[in-house]
Design a protein around this ligand. Structure first.
Ligand SMILES: C[S@@+](CC[C@H](N)C(=O)[O-])C[C@H]1O[C@@H](n2cnc3c(N)ncnc32)[C@H](O)[C@@H]1O
Length: 242
């Protein structure tokens, strides 16, 4: 029997666990502003080398100014999406991978022209810009329709596909590289993703943020500490060897 979906009270309790006292919140907000400035600047410098990606990036930035993706909203649509996958509200806590960090780990994982990169839990598609920067095909699957409807039309002209769906149902058979920023996911959701990752072709490289895959058929090749919108975090590169 499927577990009962979390109630509004449980979701509110989950989110309340992330509430901070005033001064701590101030420090965190200042830190986020500094990181935001650094990562926007480095993103901008990188984009000089790829003018075709400037327009989608401006779209990302504009859309963030109009409506912050970092604020969790428990709308009817969000509740339906969570019920469909059996997930909790706290799994939607948002953060992004700056271009410089994504480029660094993608290079280490061997992404280049001819690669097909899939981002599971793609958010607004920032990581996919890095895949295109390296000449790879880029596709993202994101649970929240709001991220997709706001961003897909900005990304499409740069050859990036962002679709709404459950990452644990994503088509992965043609992927050469799969990225997942899964640090907020519960062990149950991670297990569903790992089961899906087993539909990849042998040799596929899988990159995960913070937690490596704990399974023998995903061999760890290397790990790298890089900057995210909330601070430094480790990215693990694995190869699928069934
Ligand atoms: C931490 S954000 C990462 C965004 C992007 N990959 C990046 O690194 O810049 C994780 C995203 O995963 C999405 N997500 C959570 N569960 C999902 C699921 N089952 N299927 C697809 N996306 C999911 C969340 O809505 C959120 O946008």
């Amino acid at each position: 029997m499927a577990p009962a979906p979390p109630s509004q009270k449980e979701d509110e309790e989950d989110l309340a666990a992330f509430e901070l006292p005033f001064f701590q919140r101030l420090v965190v907000q200042l830190w986020a502003m500094v990181l935001g400035l650094i990562t926007r600047l480095t993103d901008a410098v990188l984009l000089v080398g790829r003018p075709a990606l400037v327009r989608p990036y401006v779209g990302l930035w504009l859309s963030e100014r109009l409506r912050s993706p970092y604020r969790a909203r428990r709308s009817f649509e969000v509740v339906l999406a969570l019920r469909a996958t059996g997930q909790r509200m706290r799994e939607l806590i948002y953060g992004e991978t700056p271009l410089m960090s994504a480029l660094w780990v993608f290079r280490r994982a061997g992404v280049g022209p001819g690669s097909r990169v899939v981002d599971l839990g793609a958010g607004r598609g920032r990581v996919l810009l890095a895949a295109r920067w390296l000449g790879a095909e880029a596709r993202g699957v994101e649970l929240l329709a709001e991220h997709v409807t706001r961003m897909a039309h900005w990304l499409a002209p740069a050859g990036i596909t962002l679709v709404q769906g459950d990452a644990a149902q994503a088509e992965l058979s043609d992927a050469t590289h799969v990225f997942t920023n899964w640090l907020a996911l519960t062990p149950e959701t991670k297990a569903r993703l790992v089961a899906r990752l087993r539909t990849c072709a042998p040799g596929t490289r899988v990159l995960t943020v913070l937690h490596p895959i704990e399974a023998e058929d995903f061999v760890r090749l290397s790990s790298h500490r890089v900057l995210f919108t909330w601070g430094l975090e480790r990215v693990w590169i694995h190869e699928y060897r069934p």
